[in-house]
Design a protein around this ligand. Structure first.
Ligand SMILES: [Zn+2]
Ligand SMILES: [Zn+2]
Length: 220
């Protein structure tokens, strides 16, 4: 028998095999919110479907999607190619423009759909975390179902270091569960040493990795 208990609430579950347990864990996160760590493949070919699958996992009409990304136009293009119609609200949080090159703000690429682009106003990681948490909570209050994509956790780790980003992810995972929002975070494991990926895996309740031929959900 395999057991699992949620670290953010009272929920616990047992199952006869690991696959069944992982399905139960996923259902809990879809229902109650939480964080999934997604390892992009080195070629990033799988990124689009993986991302939109997780963003549209609750197939209901009133949805809110939040993207934390440096490349809003690229993300919207990915959505157009892989998702079926727009969510009710689509919010993109981008870093302060000082840190992003001009072409990423090509507004003409962001004309269709309900996209709202908000520039994050701070360069301190702690304040950025608070802005992300506030936006998530607001969106979750306004929409029946909220999903969140943290586009590139690896870049943030390279910029701010393991310790502070780990703290950020910890705070956000609690926020997501409290708000009932399902978040996923993309990481490029080949750009980190093994101990770094190991540390971050511990903070997540589900991992989508490439240990087999195909990407699969597993328990960290
Ligand atoms: Zn829970
Ligand atoms: Zn994503």
């Amino acid at each position: 028998m395999y057991d699992w208990s949620c670290r953010h609430c009272e929920y616990s579950v047992s199952a006869g095999d690991k696959r069944a347990l992982i399905d139960q864990v996923k259902s809990h996160l879809v229902r109650s919110g939480g964080g999934i760590l997604v390892y992009n493949s080195p070629t990033r070919t799988d990124e689009g479907p993986a991302c939109t699958d997780l963003l549209t996992v609750r197939d209901v009409p009133n949805t809110g999607v939040l993207w934390i990304t440096k490349s809003p136009a690229e993300r919207l293009d990915l959505w157009r190619r892989h998702a079926d119609g727009w969510p009710q609200r689509l919010q993109l949080l981008v870093p302060p423009s000082a840190t992003v090159t001009e072409d990423l703000f090509d507004r003409s690429a962001i004309t269709d759909g309900p996209a709202e682009v908000t520039e994050l106003s701070s360069t301190s990681l702690e304040k950025l975390g608070r802005q992300i948490a506030d936006n998530t909570s607001t969106l979750a209050e306004e929409c029946r179902c909220t999903t969140v994509c943290f586009d590139n956790l690896s870049n943030v780790i390279h910029e701010f270091g393991n310790r502070s980003v780990f703290k950020l992810v910890h705070v956000l995972n609690v926020t997501m569960h409290n708000a009932g929002a399902l978040a996923h975070y993309h990481m490029e494991p080949e750009t980190h040493i093994g101990s770094t990926t190991h540390i971050f895996e511990q903070e997540f309740q589900l991992l989508r990795d490439w240990s087999g031929e195909e990407p699969e959900l597993s328990l960290p």
